[in-house]
Write a protein that binds this ligand. Sequence first.
Ligand code: ADP
Ligand code: MG
Length: 363
Amino acid sequence: MSVFIRFKKRAGELSQPRAIFTVLFAVALVALLIFGVSARREKEVVSESFHLGTYINLRAYGRDKKFLETELNGAKSEMSRLEGLFSANIADSDISRAGASSGEWVEISAETASLAARSLEIANMTGGTFDPTIGAIVKLWGIGTSSARVPSREETAQALAAAGWEKVSLCEEDGKYFIKLAHGQMLDMGAIAKGRVADIVRAKLADDGVTCALLNLGGNVVVIGSAPNGGPWKIGIQHPDEPRGEYIGFFAVTDSSVVTSGAYERYFEADGVRYCHIFDPSTGLPAVSDISSVTIADADSTFADALCTALYVMGCAKSLEFMRARPDIAAVVVSDKKVYITPAAKKTFTLTDKNFTLEEIPQ
Ligand code: ADP
Ligand code: MG
């Protein structure tokens, strides 16, 4: 005999099917919450290396650690391959082979041809204050190497004679690329190559699906997407006279690049004179500039890199004049205790060091 016990339903009590439904619903909700939280918990993958004469730090964020590790390893190999094409310090690079050619046509990779073409454009645009053909001058001084020295005037004059971006020819034939330099001319892409490598690596990572990353190629910073907290990346601008890591302000950017040139990091001292690693192509001597540092924030890191160097050579008055005609380029020029910014920089740059005064460059 089966005993049928009938429970009296108390107030607030659920019928059996409803109770089962509620339990299932609660379980699903908890599962969803756990999944949601772990899905949002981004992992950071870091890669450090030394390429193009500088320390490189890549950071990528996302859920799939394995994927990010593979991507950063790929980026490292890509940087090493590109360094093999663009470096003036690697004997069989495209850049070195072109310089060793005594005025003959030399076949180069598509990437080097593209970089050379872009560097000639920027040389033209900046009145030759950025000039990729001062390779012999850079080698002669050796600033940043153990053989740095002050050469004689004759040596400088001789190294400078071959320079001049107008003397470079480029051509393409049946999908192959060639470059011809003037006799004795040598290229140096030191002021643009890090920007170009950063652009190539950024494009590859973004194409592969990396949505959040910060690539720091010795101060050439490129960011993909927004910062891990969802806001813009904050990229500090180094204080020119304080130890590394002391900032005068910062750029807040997404999917962009921030590049600084200044004489405070790489220089050489002889007889109490400080010689910086940026040269004035009109004299063949280390640039003497009243700019402490110049920073460009632009989606095109190649352009930002070369332009910073050019503005540094121009000096404060000429660079402000140059930027006056280009209000859409975000630039920050630090000279003495003044920080000059373009209208475009006004939107993304914040000055934090109140010892400096901010001035907008008028249009
Ligand atoms: P960094 O490499 O420290 O970021 P820059 O981007 O200004 O600094 O590049 C400086 C390097 O570029 C030098 O080491 C040299 O190889 C090369 N260079 C120096 N002066 C010039 C110039 N006026 N135009 C083009 N390249 C230059
Ligand atoms: Mg540069």
